[in-house]
Design a protein around this ligand. Structure first.
Ligand code: TC6
Ligand code: FAD
Length: 609
């Protein structure tokens, strides 16, 4: 499809999905599933995942009563317009202004520079009638920082932009189809007026007289919509990873290379230890991210309930966990999808393997909802704060509770003696805790050598990111272990999941060996025992690998991959796909007479001479 066809087809699918949601009708969870199976980025994502939650989280009761019924029935379509051409990560650096005019009781929205143009919001370019816009609030010449506003963008009769608004699509993005089904947009305001009651006023108000009144809830709640989406991105990482791993595992069982003895059958590539060492940790990650995603959903629900009761105590931890896990799981998943493509050899590079499209559509997850490095730096700040409070009498809680055992964790030595000891959850956990704590404390010690903390922080950015990643990996490992301690139906299933849990943990040790050795969390002998155990775990997972990906329950239609077909009938189907290519419509290609024939004839002539 051309871009226009792709975009229109996605509109068709989105509207059809919405029709089904109402006609059947579907519950919220089922609707989410349906939109998920639509499997293409489109305006519904932003309307439901960001526009509606922003109003719910930041609107007053009256604002919710006015706007949510319209949004819930999709009588208005909304998007989330925060990022600008000049600033995405630095939200406090946004330039769009919303100046209160007491004469008219309106805000005047204005884009003072080119870099202040909104740039990137999904659904903005061509579809949305409304947006939650983030702009600097100015009253009586005073800048109160960035606030949210509900703004109508287009005429409800003919969809034309309202006077004072310039709007459009930002152009083609990475990949062939991928995210190009979405109308990410640009938007400029030229002194565009909105009524005062369209500022989202739960967190702070502007009175009729133009007085700015902050409320007593933390300002960070303005970032609440991002926390909510980051939480969902973690579970989505598991879904995408599982999809790539399903394709690569099934194909690795079909594909054979070398190893034929006396003309016998060749070796399935899944039997090579190198293939297992690349594939099985990704399989384990798909499960690990699913379990940590379930836990994060619980944490988010818990913090939401607490916030409703004006208990803000766990907000910093919820922010750190959603930011850090979003970052860690999306980075691992995009790398994992690319690894799965390589695991499928040359055929993985074919479009019909399903992997190039999956990669192209997935990879912006490392950037949207917060650049992955910027988000880990938020975790690092949280960790540095926690370390600085150790010994103050305030015991760290939640995911940093392990830091409360700093005295022990800073000096303990791993008691692993033989390879099987690595199958002890307490020993694995302590190894990850010691590594994470020692990295965080080392950063804190280095920071303390700087007179200026901010300057020190800038200098140590790379180390801080590594400490944050170590902390996030500990969370994933610990939540996998907690999952195994709970009820899992079927002894065999539990054993398989145990194997995957240890593969996940031991492979991380192998991959980040420098961290574990330099912090003395383990010795090089213990590291080699971990490798030994890892090889044995691969052998145990091997006979169940295909069943473990079948368990994801993806249909062939959803997988969209010739290589990942359930029936393994790969080669005839690769031919079928090839023959569908428009280049094969004719035997002699278009362009032959123009370019190929004259070239060959010229050579023939010179040969005769
Ligand atoms: C689905 C696909 C569609 C995609 C859509 C998008 O991409 S939409 C666009 C997505 N865009 C992005 O994702 C943009 C990414 N950038 C950002 O989110 C922010 O600008 C920032 C977090 C990087 C910096 O924030 P800042 O400039 O304010 O500076 P600061 O670091 O000094 O923090 C001050 C305090 O606030 C705290 N705190 C911060 N965030 C949260 C939170 N969410 N919750 C709670 N708390 C939070 C922080 O811990 C600190 O607390 P402390 O220490 O004072 O107790
Ligand atoms: C597909 C897609 C959909 C999107 N949808 C929306 C949407 O619906 N609504 C919306 O408002 N936005 C949206 N965005 C924008 C997105 O949220 C931003 O692009 C993202 O937050 C990153 O910001 P940036 O582009 O300014 O990156 P930059 O911050 O400019 O990043 C550039 C580089 O600088 C580094 N960097 C930046 N700051 C620091 C720092 N403090 N320390 C160290 N390194 C740093 C980063 O790590 C990165 O390597 C979307 C983006 C994409 C790609």
């Amino acid at each position: 499809m051309t871009r226009k066809e792709l975009f229109k087809n996605t509109l068709r699918k989105s509207v059809h999905a919405w029709k089904l949601i109402n006609e059947l009708p579907l519950s919220d969870d089922e609707s989410l599933m349906l939109r998920h199976f639509m499997d293409q980025p489109g305006f519904l994502d932003l309307h439901w995942r960001m526009f509606v939650p922003a109003i719910k989280g930041q609107g007053t009761e009256e604002q919710k009563q006015k706007w949510l019924p319209l949004a819930n029935k999709m009588q208005i379509i909304g998007c989330y317009a925060q990022t600008e051409l000049g600033h995405g990560s630095n939200v406090q650096g946004l330039e769009t202004t919303a100046t209160f005019d007491p004469q008219t009781d309106q805000f005047i929205l204005h884009s003072p520079t080119q870099t202040s143009s909104k740039w990137w919001p999904g659904g903005l370019g061509k579809v949305s009638t409304h947006a939650v816009i983030y702009a600097r609030l100015i009253t009586d010449g005073k800048d109160h920082g960035v606030h949210g506003f509900i703004v109508q963008l287009r005429n409800m009769d003919d969809h034309s932009p309202l006077p004072g608004i310039t709007i459009g699509d930002i152009g083609v993005k990475f990949g062939n189809g991928a995210y190009n089904s979405m109308d990410n947009g640009f938007l400029m305001f030229d002194k565009f007026c909105i009524p005062r009651d369209q500022m989202l006023m739960r967190l702070s108000k502007v009175t009729r007289e133009g007085k700015y009144v902050p409320s007593d809830v933390p300002r960070q709640l303005m970032y609440g919509t991002m926390v909510s989406v980051r939480q969902t991105i973690v579970s989505n990482a598991s879904i995408a990873m599982a999809r790539a791993v399903c394709i690569a595992t099934r194909y690795s069982a079909v594909r054979r290379q070398f190893g034929s003895q006396n003309g016998g059958i060749e070796t399935q590539v899944i039997d090579y230890k190198t293939q297992q060492n690349r594939l099985f940790p990704l399989l384990a990650s798909a499960y690990a991210f699913r379990f940590v995603g379930e836990w994060l959903k619980w944490l988010y629900t818990d913090v939401t309930q607490r916030l409703e009761a004006s208990d803000f105590a766990t907000l910093p931890e919820a922010h750190a966990c959603t930011a850090g896990l979003k970052s860690m799981t999306t980075s691992a998943t995009s790398d994992g999808i690319e690894e799965c493509r390589k695991l499928c050899g040359g055929h993985g590079y074919l479009w019909c393997s399903g992997l190039p499209e999956l990669f192209a559509v997935y990879v912006p997850a490392c950037t949207y909802e917060g650049d992955n490095v910027v988000l880990q730096l938020q975790v690092a700040r949280f960790l540095m704060k926690t370390v600085s409070q150790l010994g103050s009498g305030k015991a760290p809680a939640g995911t940093t509770a392990y830091m409360g055992r700093a005295k022990h964790l800073l000096q303990c030595r791993s008691s692993i003696r033989k390879a099987e000891d690595w199958l002890n959850p307490a020993m694995v956990l302590e190894t990850f805790e010691a590594r994470a704590l020692r990295m965080a404390v080392s950063c804190a010690n280095n920071l303390s050598k700087f007179e200026n903390q901010e300057q020190g922080f800038s200098e140590l950015l790379a180390d801080l990111v590594e400490a944050a990643i170590a902390h996030c990996q500990l969370i994933v490992v610990s939540k996998f272990i907690v999952k195994l301690e709970g009820e899992i139906k079927g002894k065999g299933v539990k054993n398989q999941l145990k194997n995957l849990c240890y593969i996940y943990a031991l492979h991380l040790i192998h991959k980040h060996l420098g961290d574990f050795l330099s912090t003395n969390s383990i010795t090089s002998e213990q590291a080699s025992l971990a490798n030994h155990q890892l090889r044995s775990l691969y052998t145990q997972v091997r006979p169940n690998a295909v069943a473990l990906v079948d368990a994801f329950d993806y249909t062939d239609h959803y997988l969209g991959s010739v290589l990942g077909r359930y029936d393994g009938n790969v080669y005839p189907k690769l031919f079928e796909e090839a023959l569908k290519d428009p280049l094969n419509d004719t035997v002699v290609p278009d362009g032959y007479h123009e370019y190929i024939r004259p070239l060959i004839k010229q050579h023939l002539r010179s040969a005769r001479l």
